[in-house]
Write a protein that binds this ligand. Structure first.
Ligand code: TYD
Length: 137
């Protein structure tokens, strides 16, 4: 399993407006199965608060900004995303919470899996238990 890290995506600076892109094989550390996005989030709301058993993902703040708290079962780390050319890679078995959304922010999620509710761990204590078991393997 990889470690959560920021991915610096290409940016083509242009006086007419900038452009960034990603290609599955070049920039994303897994084959892309699904893309979804979170938008119109009221400033005080919190999204996520769960872990995925198998899903790898990359989050991008296509617009605006938000904070992502990651917990690996031992410690928490917070990443702030506020540039549309930065992605945050999140490995499976990571508890993740997204909050402090700015007005009109847009969170793009690039996922390694199709949607599967059975892949979610939605209870933090269950996550801590499963994560410890996972590490003991
Ligand atoms: P969820 O992943 O819990 O949202 P968040 O983590 O951003 O707070 O998803 C919210 C609801 O949307 C849940 O009922 C499942 C549904 N959903 C899909 O049907 N397909 C998808 O690809 C996603 C991401 C969610």
């Amino acid at each position: 399993m990889g470690i959560a890290h920021i991915i610096d995506l290409p940016k083509i600076l242009d006086a007419r407006g900038n452009l960034s892109f990603l290609e599955s094989a070049r920039h994303i550390p897994f084959p892309i199965k699904r893309v979804y996005w979170i938008y119109d989030v009221p400033g005080s709301e919190i999204r996520g608060s769960h872990a995925f058993k198998r899903q790898h993902e990359v989050l991008i703040a296509l617009s605006g900004s938000f904070d992502i708290s990651l917990h690996n079962g031992k410690e928490e780390k917070v990443f702030s995303l506020n540039r549309s050319y930065l992605g945050l890679y999140i490995p499976p078995m990571t508890w993740r919470t997204i909050q402090n959304f700015s007005t009109n922010s847009l969170c793009l999620v690039i996922s390694s899996t199709s949607f599967d509710e059975a892949d979610y761990i939605r209870d933090f204590d269950s996550f801590l238990f499963e994560r410890a078991e996972y590490e003991a393997k």
